[in-house]
Design a protein around this ligand. Structure first.
Ligand SMILES: [Zn+2]
Ligand SMILES: [Zn+2]
Length: 399
């Protein structure tokens, strides 16, 4: 008898440390923005092909799919990693800092890509004992919440369709060795909305001849704050933020139009719809009171990221073995968003958040900071956990 995930042990993953660091630092030097990940995708595709995987490129523009076929029948498990960088001027001063001004891996997707290649390396060695197959999804354009949808539109969830999906995010604000595995909602939806309020322009001295869109907008902004505070179950978090407002052209003119822009964050599909319905009700009521009209346009970016409890149990078990049972927590929920949610909306699965705080002194830099960095020791932990989860899932579900 061998122990369950013995071959995908932490020791084996740590044996890949040199390679993981080399991959991550090379990608870090050469960051590529959403849907421009040509060099990155080339490295991923070549590495997967070298490991003997069946590789498809150009899936969702710059996405790469690799299939590791096991040695006997069984289910398909999908592992997803994102590859894109951000339009940020790097200020880390690292020896392997970005060579492209204005582009930076400031979210850790360089580490995710390296972890994905590490998992493929470990599991390829285990191919003989692997039932079913592992489908690797290397995704572009996570930062604009478009890459997952693009790959899904190009069929990443078909032929073969996965029965479960797993992924991870490193987290610079939590110590290395800490993991979060949560049942149900983990990260929020992120939607963008634009409102236009249309009144009637007039002379600033004759307000009764116009409909003042600025006054209507002021009421609308204030009343929209009641959508989350009065309209939604207080136990179902919702954020409605208006981040932009623009209107008027002169000090002595009643403004005819005001535009407002903002973002919505929710953890539940029904709450998301409810917030939008309440917004219409508030805008309709306020505008009717003044004789103005409005339009509301909501652009859905990423849905709420919701983990399947059964899938989360696999991650919790393996992460507890790799990190130690006390190092695995079940929260907190965060109002950040992640387009892995598009996959988890369609396939039951679980997204792990893995501590990667660099150094021990000073305040760690948050994600998307120009001084963002991670501790690379988190990478073999991520490899061991995801390789172990894939193996465990396939073993348990191959009958
Ligand atoms: Zn990010
Ligand atoms: Zn990210």
């Amino acid at each position: 008898m061998t122990t369950r995930n013995e071959p995908a042990t932490l020791a084996a993953a740590q044996g890949l440390m040199g390679q993981l660091v080399a991959w991550r630092r090379d990608l870090h030097r050469h960051p590529e923005l959403a849907f421009q990940e040509h060099r990155t995708a080339g490295i991923v595709a070549a590495s997967l092909a070298q490991l003997g995987l069946e590789v498809q490129t150009g899936v969702g523009q710059t996405g790469v799919v690799g299939i590791l076929e096991g040695s006997r029948p069984g289910p398909t498990v999908l592992l997803r990693f994102d590859m894109d960088a951000l339009p940020i001027f790097e200020e880390t001063g690292l020896s392997f800092a970005s060579l492209t001004e204005g582009k930076m891996h400031a979210c850790g997707h360089d580490a995710h890509t390296a972890i994905g290649l590490g998992v493929a390396t470990l599991l390829a060695r285990r191919q003989e004992n692997l039932p079913g197959r592992v489908k690797f999804m290397f995704q572009p354009a996570e930062e604009i919440a478009s890459g997952a949808r693009a790959m899904i539109a190009d069929g990443v969830l078909e032929n073969p369709a996965p029965q479960a999906a797993f992924g991870l995010h490193v987290w610079s604000l939590w110590p290395v060795g800490h993991g979060v595995v949560k049942d149900g909602p983990l990260w929020a939806s992120a939607d963008k909305f634009e409102i236009e309020i249309v009144g009637r322009g007039a002379h600033g001295a004759l307000p009764h001849q116009g409909v003042d869109a600025i006054v209507v907008a002021a009421y609308a902004v204030a009343q929209l704050q009641t959508v989350a505070s009065r309209g939604i179950d207080p136990l179902a978090p919702a954020v409605l933020t208006i981040g932009e407002i623009a209107g008027g052209s002169a000090f002595n003119v009643i403004a005819e139009r005001v535009t407002l822009g903002g973002t919505l964050r929710t953890f539940d599909h029904a709450v998301r719809q409810q917030v939008i319905e309440r917004m219409h009700a508030v805008l309709g009521g306020v505008c009717a009171a003044f004789g103005a009209s409005y339009t509301l346009e909501v652009t859905f970016h990423a849905p709420p990221l919701v983990n399947d409890p059964d899938a989360a149990e696999y991650v919790r078990r393996v992460a507890s073995e790799v990190l130690g049972p006390d190092a695995v927590a079940d929260g907190p929920m965060l109002t950040v968003a992640e387009d892995m949610a598009e996959v988890l909306n369609r396939v039951p699965g679980c997204f792990l958040v893995l501590g990667a705080q660099p150094g021990s002194n000073g305040q760690p830099e948050p994600h998307h900071s120009p001084r963002f960095d991670i501790d690379e020791q988190a990478m073999p932990l991520g490899v061991a956990i995801l390789a172990g989860v894939a193996e465990e899932y396939l073993r348990v579900n191959s009958g």
